[in-house]
Design a protein around this ligand. Structure first.
Ligand SMILES: [Zn+2]
Length: 258
């Protein structure tokens, strides 16, 4: 997490569960670390406690167990409410306390709304990390409260040729070219366009968070394209036709130019 401030909430996206968990733990260690240089330093008391899995301010919110001792299917609102009330208790060891929801996509809508309420006015000393293999099941309102970060080194992170083309044209400000490309995408079905938009969004978010090679344009342009991609995905999920959604994107792109 070199050179970056700490956000109060993260969505850690990655399809490989083990890699994602490792990434989340590193993020949590960065939050509690009291080292002076790059965090986590790995040697301070906070890091050592965290590495031993014994840090009292790193708290996991897991699915409750059913009668047979198996995890329930969903992460219910009660678990989030419990987290919300304990989140206001000061940390014991570190300056921050970290809540980790490893399977944030298993929160039902009620639970997500409870989490949203907390993230709208979070305790200043709390950091929340939501792990998921895709951000899609999370409410847009909840996503907007979090910094999305992608587990580095994931192969699925490589954008498809279509997503790459979109990012190249958009980044260069070739908006007529982008519009022509979008018209060409009408041959794709809804699932393919959704997939492309998700990859575009992923690249834009990463470029906003880290800077980066995948997008040459300004952060302002990236932010606008990101909002448009999110809305286009919403439309497609509500079964608006591909042609309409791509047409809408074209109009939006054209307006950026003005
Ligand atoms: Zn440390």
């Amino acid at each position: 997490m070199k050179g970056r401030g700490l956000f109060h909430a993260y969505i850690a996206v990655g399809s490989d569960e083990a890699a994602r968990d490792a990434f989340i733990l590193k993020l949590a260690r960065s939050a509690v670390c009291s080292g002076d240089g790059e965090r986590p330093c790995g040697v301070c008391r906070q890091c050592r406690l965290a590495l031993a899995g014994a840090h009292p301010d790193i708290i996991f919110v897991e699915r409750p167990l059913d009668d047979k001792g198996k995890p329930k299917r969903e992460l219910p609102v009660d678990s989030i409410r419990k987290m919300a009330s304990s989140a206001w208790v000061l940390p014991q060891e570190a300056e921050k306390k970290v809540y980790i929801i490893r399977e944030a996509d298993l929160m039902n809508v009620q639970a997500q709304n409870a989490a949203l309420k907390l993230l709208e006015e979070p305790p200043s000393f709390a950091v929340f990390i939501l792990g998921t293999n895709t951000a899609a099941p999370l409410l847009p309102t909840l996503r907007s409260r979090c910094e999305s970060v992608f587990v580095p080194g994931e192969r699925s992170y490589e954008p498809s040729p279509e997503a790459e083309r979109y990012l190249l044209l958009a980044g260069r400000g070739d908006l007529p070219g982008l519009c022509a490309f979008l018209t060409d995408c009408e041959r794709m079905d809804s699932a393919q366009v959704l997939n492309m938009l998700a990859q575009i969004r992923r690249s834009l978010v990463t470029s906003l968070a880290y800077g980066g090679e995948s997008f040459e344009g300004s952060p302002e342009l990236a932010a606008r394209l990101l909002t448009m991609a999110e809305r286009a995905e919403e439309f497609l999920r509500r079964n608006v036709g591909v042609k309409h959604v791509l047409g809408w994107l074209c109009v939006g792109v054209d307006e950026i130019q003005l």
